[in-house]
Design a protein around this ligand. Structure first.
Ligand code: C2E
Ligand code: MG
Ligand code: MG
Length: 867
């Protein structure tokens, strides 16, 4: 049967129907043939003819029905179906095709497939036939064109069939417009999400990726699929080691047929330096019932920054040596970061580090220095119960000392927070720097020993201990150091101090902490709970070590020490008391003849108490009018005539009784009260002289003792001038006695005061000369008139050769300098004779008269003038 092309197009009958139709018609015709032959021989029965014709009619009707069924079936296919001849000429199209191409049937039948499929390459049909001849179907995606020129995507499934020796193609085109739209939406969706999505085939070859994948992997858009060869990539594990391709999460997911979750992978393309860290989750894809995945989807995000930040954070933490900790209160579970463990010295125990949980508090406390445990525990208790943030520095056990700072606060608010979190930081270095700074601030530049502040800090720290036993102080003063300093100059003085420090260091060794407490004062802090005899042994050792002479250049001299010892707690309940009492003991040692040591004792203690009492009452004595002046005559040693008077203060304390100036002047100097008291003395003496003069008593001048503290006041000379003027006296009516201490304190300012006073005509006398340390070269520069030999030298005169020698020497020097010499403490005739023999004319002493009340003195003067 030949297909025919008509205006309806080509219709091909299905084989079975065609065969049956053909067979029926053939049979019918054969019988018809026989009938005709028999008619030729024996006429055709009319009935037979009618049967044949009826059969032919029915066959024709059936054939039509079959064609109709085919047509309706053909048209019922919802997708466009076309039948092509071998060369691609359209033989037939169904209704869907006509609707899709929006063309009438007649304009398409007989035209080339290109009409509706213009994008096909020239050799397209060859390719189709090639694959059809291999058997099976041919599938391709392409686009079809409508009459108006618009195109739509199609997936075409083609099959071939033999049409009576002619090769035909039937092609079903599925309109992909809808699928494409869905796919586009899906792509858009994929492209908007921030996660990279990469689809790979079963061998790991990338098939497609979304925009984020391109961006994260830093590859050009459209690069996938095909061009991305995985071998171009280098892959790293979190530790930075190369990993093999097969360890990539996607390939593992394929191999292991399971999802591989959040795996950190470092990726970079060969020849490019840009390493990205991605966190990948790979999900294998299975098709229907298949056991093996058909592809794998990897979802990944770029954690490069995060990792860098985390890395930086970790690094910063490890550089700053900061670790973190957390304490789950209710479970008493402790969590430490690896750095925290590191700091606590735990890293070795828990492998390569990493967060460690489960440590108990007692285990933590074990690592902490026993002295700091209680404080730390108390702090933890505080943060846990009161919710107060804590910051505490503590040491770890062991050497060298590691200092850690722990901060902590409740997580969230409220004291009942379940967790306490905080940091641990190594602060050893800053502690070290701090202590170095402290040491520097607390050390003496010259000797390198601790300074006053330093030793006080040390002492305070020891007294703060829970049971401060065995603590003692040695207060050491160099005897006669001032002489060395004055005679040889400060440079040598400094050298001597360095030598002294060295010698002391040797003597003290490790038995105490040595400090330079002041100019020529040193201190040793002894901390020996189990050796109560040590402080005294040390004092003895130091004292005897200083028996040896010091030599500097050609100079050789001895410097001895006076040492006072005070022991905690009996000799002082606090640092200041201990220092004061060691000082008092030292003074006592000095008083008892230097080069010795003295423990603080009951007598000294009483003296201390006295001193306190005295200072208290002294303060109000002036207002309470408890002071009085007595006058000791100064006489011409040759004839006993009164030539002057020294005013001496007396204190009749209502509370304490009679107190000698030797007992209170020093305190008044310490407290500064002497300035007010001294001014009163001067005024009172002037007033008295005025009174006597007015009464007609002839007294050439009055001597007043002035303390060094008064000289420190720069208005002193002006005050003296005003007082004199107030009482109608001249400068020559006043003699000022001062000790050598005035010369030590501040020579340049004092010099001005001296000059002014001298200009006013005031007589200037150095009292107690020889006792102090004034170098004789001072005398040459000072505008002074006379020196008063200390009565301590006169005591041994004339029997003690040394005293005699000193007196002679002083007299000689003074005379050479043109100074007058006055003697005090003249108690007997032998002394008087000695003085006269040595050319000393003026003296005072009990031999003539003690200090007397003004009326007694006046009486004496009157008596004298009466003689
Ligand atoms: P000074 O200025 O050397 O006074 C002499 C001291 O020797 C006086 O003691 C006097 O009473 C005492 N004395 C006098 N003759 C003899 C004697 O023959 N033998 C002995 N052993 N002692 C004698 P006083 O009054 O107790 O004064 C002691 C010191 O107190 C004075 O020593 C002086 O340095 C100081 N002082 C007294 N009055 C004042 C004052 O108004 N102002 C100041 N700044 N100091 C004063
Ligand atoms: Mg005097
Ligand atoms: Mg004197």
């Amino acid at each position: 049967m030949t297909p025919h092309l008509g205006p309806e197009g080509w219709r091909y009958l299905p084989t079975d129907a065609a065969v049956r139709e053909t067979a029926a018609i053939d049979a019918s015709l054969a019988r018809f043939q026989c009938a005709i032959e028999s008619v030729n021989g024996q006429s055709i029965p009319a009935a037979l003819l009618a049967e044949a014709l009826a059969l032919i009619r029915s066959l024709a009707a059936e054939s039509l029905a079959i064609r109709q069924r085919y047509d309706s079936l053909f048209d019922a296919v919802p997708d466009p179906v076309v039948v092509l001849d071998e060369h691609g000429i359209l033989l037939d199209l169904n209704r869907a095709a006509l609707a899709s191409y929006r063309q009438p049937r007649e304009s398409l039948i007989g035209v080339s497939i290109r009409q509706i499929n213009p994008s096909l390459p020239a050799n397209h049909l060859d390719l189709v036939w090639e694959s059809l001849e291999r058997g099976g179907t041919h599938v391709e995606q392409t686009s079809n064109r409508r009459a108006d020129g618009s195109e739509f995507p199609v997936e075409v499934h083609s099959a071939s069939f033999d049409d009576h020796g002619e090769r035909r193609i039937v092609a079903v085109a599925r309109d992909l417009t809808g699928r494409d739209r869905a796919e586009r939406r899906y792509r858009q969706l994929l492209d908007t999400i921030d996660k990279g999505v990469l689809v790979q085939d079963t061998r790991g070859r990338p098939l497609s990726g979304n925009a984020a994948a391109y961006r994260i992997l830093n590859i050009p858009t459209g690069w996938l699929p095909g061009r991305a060869d995985l071998r171009d990539w280098r892959l790293l594990d979190p530790e930075g080691r190369r990993i093999r391709l097969r360890d990539l999460p996607a390939l593992r997911a394929l191999r292991e047929r399971r999802t591989i979750e959040s795996t950190l992978v470092g990726v970079y393309r060969r020849g490019e330096g840009d390493l990205r860290w991605i966190s990948v989750t790979a999900v294998p894809q299975f098709e229907r019932e298949r056991r093996d995945p058909t592809q794998v989807i990897s979802l990944f995000s770029d954690v490069t920054e995060l990792r860098r930040d985390y890395g930086l954070f970790q690094r910063a933490q490890s550089l700053a040596r900061i670790g973190g900790w957390q304490w789950d209160r209710w479970r008493d579970q402790w969590y430490f970061t690896s750095q925290a463990l590191n700091l606590l010295g735990r890293v070795g125990e828990h492998g390569k580090g990493g967060d460690f949980a489960g440590d108990s508090k007692s285990e933590l406390l074990e690592r902490i220095h026993p002295d700091d445990r209680l404080t730390l525990e108390a702090s933890l208790h505080r943060v846990a119960n009161d919710g107060d943030p804590i910051r505490i520095d503590f040491r770890l056990c062991g050497e060298p000392t590691v200092w850690l700072r722990l901060t902590g606060e409740p997580e969230g608010s409220g004291p009942l927070a379940a967790r306490i979190v905080g940091t641990i930081q190594d602060i050893s270095e800053s502690k070290q720097a701090e202590s170095e700074l402290r040491i520097r601030a607390q050390s003496d530049n010259l000797t390198g020993l601790l300074n006053r502040e330093g030793i006080q800090t040390e002492l305070d720290a020891r007294l703060r201990r829970a049971q401060p036993t065995g603590i003692a102080l040695l207060y050491i003063d160099l005897d006669r150091f001032k002489i060395v300093n004055d005679l040889l100059g400060h440079a040598v003085g400094d050298e001597v101090l360095i030598g002294v420090a060295r010698r002391m260091r040797r003597a003290v060794g490790n038995d105490g902490i040595l400090a330079r407490f002041g100019g020529d004062e040193f201190m040793v802090l002894v901390d020996a709970p189990h050796d109560p005899g040590l402080p005294i042994r040390l004092a003895q050792r130091i004292a005897s070590d200083f028996g040896d002479r010091f030599s500097y250049g050609s100079e050789e001299f001895s410097i001895t020490t006076s040492i006072g010892v005070a022991v905690y707690p009996q000799d002082g309940a606090n640092a200041q008391q201990l220092i004061n009492n060691a000082d008092a003991a030292m003074y006592d040692a000095k008083r008892r003849g230097r080069s010795t040591w003295q423990s603080f004792n009951a007598t000294l203690s009483r003296r201390q108490q006295d001193r306190l009492k005295i200072e208290t009452h002294l303060h109000r004595a002036l207002e309470s009018r408890e002071f009085q002046l007595v006058y000791q005559p100064q006489v011409d040693l040759a004839n006993g005539r009164v030539v002057g008077a020294e005013a001496l203060i007396r204190w009749h304390s209502r509370a304490l009784g009679e107190i000698a100036p030797d007992r209170f002047i020093e305190h008044a100097e310490t407290t500064g009260d002497i300035v007010r008291i001294g001014e009163w003395v001067l005024r009172e003496a002037c007033r008295q002289l005025r009174t006597w003069r007015s009464a007609g008593l002839a007294l050439s001048r009055i001597s007043v003792n002035v303390s060094y503290r008064q000289f420190l006041n720069e208005n002193f000379s002006a005050m003296v001038g005003a007082l004199l003027a107030d009482h109608g006296l001249g400068g020559a009516d006043l003699e000022i006695e001062f000790t050598e201490r005035v010369l030590i304190e501040d020579i340049s300012d004092t010099m001005n005061t001296f000059n002014t006073l001298r200009d006013m005509g005031v007589k200037l006398t150095i009292d107690d000369f020889g006792e102090g340390y004034s170098a004789l070269n001072y005398l040459r520069r000072l505008p002074i008139d006379s020196v008063k030999i200390s009565k301590s030298f006169l005591q041994g005169v004339p029997d003690e050769t040394s005293d005699v020698a000193i007196c002679r020497a002083i007299t000689g020097v003074a005379r050479n300098l043109g100074l007058q010499v006055i003697a005090e403490g003249v108690e007997n005739q032998a002394q008087r004779r000695f003085l006269l023999q040595n050319g000393i004319r003026i003296g005072q002493g009990f031999l003539f008269a003690p200090g007397m009340p003004a009326t007694d003195f006046a009486a004496r003067l009157v008596g004298q003038s009466a003689k």
